[in-house]
Design a protein around this ligand. Sequence first.
Ligand SMILES: C[S@@+](CC[C@H](N)C(=O)[O-])C[C@H]1O[C@@H](n2cnc3c(N)ncnc32)[C@H](O)[C@@H]1O
Length: 305
Amino acid sequence: MSDTGWSEYWEKDGAAGGEVFVSGQGGRHPALAEYWKAVFAGLSKGARILDVASGAGSIYAHLDAEHGFDLHATDIAAEALDALSERIAGVTTTVAGADELPFEDRSFDLVVSQFGIEYAGSEAFAEAGRLVNTGGQIVALVHIEDGYVDSNNKAQLAEAEMLQKIEFVEHAIDLTNRAFSGNKALTDHTEQAFVPLIRQVSEAIQRCPQGIHAYLLAGFKKLYEGRRQYRKSDVVGWLEEMNKELSKTLDRLSRMRAAAMSSDDMAAIVASLEAHGLSYVLAEPFATEGHEKPIAWSLTGKRLN
Ligand SMILES: C[S@@+](CC[C@H](N)C(=O)[O-])C[C@H]1O[C@@H](n2cnc3c(N)ncnc32)[C@H](O)[C@@H]1O
């Protein structure tokens, strides 16, 4: 991912972007804070820690100011690491893909990741495991296929694909142009033709209440119905922006879905960490109060010798 792409994907958490639990400034769910605090509680002062695919530092944001650890972070996007450094002082940052981490074998007491390593594919976990020192551990929260987040993403992706297929935005621009032309007969005719599209998006909102489809319909209705207060360029400009947002949303949701790991994927990851000398490697669904489905896999493993 390019530097400039990072904030478009992860920083934003408005209606069209962002992740359920984690955005670039994320890590807000209390269960995540509890999870990471328990991990850090077992460490000695001076422990050397690496956060892989750190984003803007959601994991380290759970540390007290007096932590006394030697903190390192990597991400493929320099922009993410800049945001991390602005937010948390004293972290050594290195731009790197999670599949090729520029550190010596066994150079960290703890290697962590939250919805990060998996973006580089299953093979990247062995690379993170390579860095775990004797007596150290790897701890990661990993996107889980068909879990709470992935199920939401699947539903939202289907509706975003539907928006693109019915060319909702293009038809909305056409309707706007006609409405501002002052030709009433033509506007009435185009409005009639637009009704089935509105119906399709309304049905999508019944199936899946949140997502770009819901945001787009509500926003367009408001602008179109109140168009006398606006210029044509305001309404068309907003729709053109929404079309760009739609492309980004499709890309982001597809990437997140591709990164979500199944039970078989996790079994292979566990086996590869064991093959790289880690013991007690466990991948368990991470459930939280209030969500029927797990929000992640919790992956843990230790290097005994
Ligand atoms: C969902 S965000 C999670 C960020 C952070 N760990 C958190 O919990 O907020 C995914 C992060 O992975 C990074 N990323 C994506 N592909 C990567 C790769 N191949 N190698 C390293 N980082 C990657 C992105 O730049 C982004 O910061």
